[in-house]
Design a protein around this ligand. Structure first.
Ligand code: PMP
Length: 369
């Protein structure tokens, strides 16, 4: 009978039972007389470029599947980045690209044991979910007190089961970059059979001249893969376009693991057009970087400890006060991202939003030190 085969009722894989749900940034509270601002998802607050809106207005071909290889976008990226188009693999956001890497390189093995994926913690919230769903085991290495990766501890954590290491620069949610020098030393210190992912979702916001540029390293090390996205600087989060850049040793397997047709023709057109207007994109990014610098300087003037902020967000090490601070922000129609008993991440938004955030901080009595 069927009861010999399966118990009554559907059950998920144990890993699915135990994973936290991804907690997306919440919309801000509606408060009369106050414009609401969402500072909880590291989005670009500016509307799409007019040229992008024009490019996606043509939807006459959506009865057809998109080009599964996103050839136009990969060619445009190849020109833009100065890399071979074959080294670029697109996905539904850089999260889609990350899932390809994990699906191809880390999971459950024939012996029933899980591969290990090392990453810093706290880092991007989706990492534990993606790693767990791939069937692999997360090895989380605590950040240093200033929000930087502890690369020495990460290298020391490598075992024979380590298949992938995720580096996040600038690190979401704390903000610091990895330097070119420390990253290269790190890559040299881990076995060349371990895939090292450099997640550069916020790359266009970085102004620190010491910061790593993953593209320089991927050219030298066949086990390095760089992740980038159109969600942040290009402001196309809702269209879901991201990509990885790596050599053939890696991309040949990413193409096998990729969800077919992940990038729609509309998303592809938007991304190609945005790349074609990069001068406008970068002008807007500079405005956000200027705002970031204003916010960080304002907080430091108040005597707050703020780690180096190189993305489009700042990190407040508020510990046990995190939830309370987020609540106060909500009372001012600002949504921010609280990580219980750790800290609060606040995205750089519109000028008025940033000013209101600074005013909130000026009146707040438990500043991070
Ligand atoms: N990596 C990092 C570090 C991020 O912060 C994010 C978005 N919050 C992503 C990847 C995923 O972005 P997307 O899938 O929209 O490209």
């Amino acid at each position: 009978t069927s009861s010999d085969i399966a118990p009554e009722g559907v059950r998920p894989r144990p890993v699915v039972d135990n994973l936290p749900k991804y907690a997306a940034g919440k919309p801000p509270a509606v408060i009369e007389g106050l414009t609401s601002y969402k500072l909880s998802s590291n989005e670009n607050p500016l509307p799409p470029l007019p040229a992008v809106l024009e490019a996606i207005a043509d939807q006459s071909d959506i009865n057809r599947y998109p080009d599964p290889l996103a050839t136009k976008l990969r060619n445009a990226l190849a020109d833009f980045l100065g890399v071979p188009a074959d080294d670029v693999v697109t996905g539904a956001g850089s999260l889609g690209a990350l899932n390809q890497i994990l699906a191809a390189f880390a999971g459950q093995n024939a012996d029933g044991k899980a591969d290990e994926v090392i990453y810093a913690w706290r880092s991007f919230e989706a990492y534990p979910i993606c790693v767990g769903l791939a069937g692999a085991e997360s090895v989380r290495i605590p950040l240093m007190p200033d929000g930087r990766h502890d690369l020495e501890a990460m290298a020391a954590a490598v075992t024979v089961r380590t298949k992938v290491i995720l580096l996040c620069t600038p690190n979401n949610p704390t903000g610091p970059i990895l330097t070119a020098e420390e990253t290269e030393r790190f890559i040299q210190s881990v076995p060349s059979g371990v895939v090292v992912v450099i997640d550069e979702a916020y790359q266009e916001f970085v102004r620190d001249p010491e910061a790593v540029d993953g593209l320089q390293l991927y050219r030298k090390y066949p086990n390095v893969v760089v992740l980038r996205t159109f969600s942040k600087a290009h402001g196309l989060a809702g269209l879901r376009v991201g990509y990885s850049v790596a050599g053939h040793d890696i991309t040949q397997y990413l193409r096998v693991a990729a969800t077919p047709f992940a990038v729609s023709q509309i998303a592809e057109r938007a991304a190609v057009t945005s790349l074609g207007h990069f001068d406008e994109v970068i002008e807007r990014v500079q405005g956000l970087v200027d705002e970031r610098e204003r916010v960080v300087a304002g907080l430091r003037e108040l005597g707050w400890f703020v780690p180096e902020a190189q993305g489009n967000f700042v990190w407040l090490n508020l510990g046990e006060h995190s939830a309370g601070f987020a609540e106060l922000a909500g009372e001012r129609a600002l949504s921010v991202r609280a990580f219980a008993n750790e800290g609060v991440r606040v995205s750089i938004g519109e000028v008025e939003a940033n000013t209101r955030f600074l005013e909130l901080c000026a009146g707040y009595t438990n500043p991070p030190r």
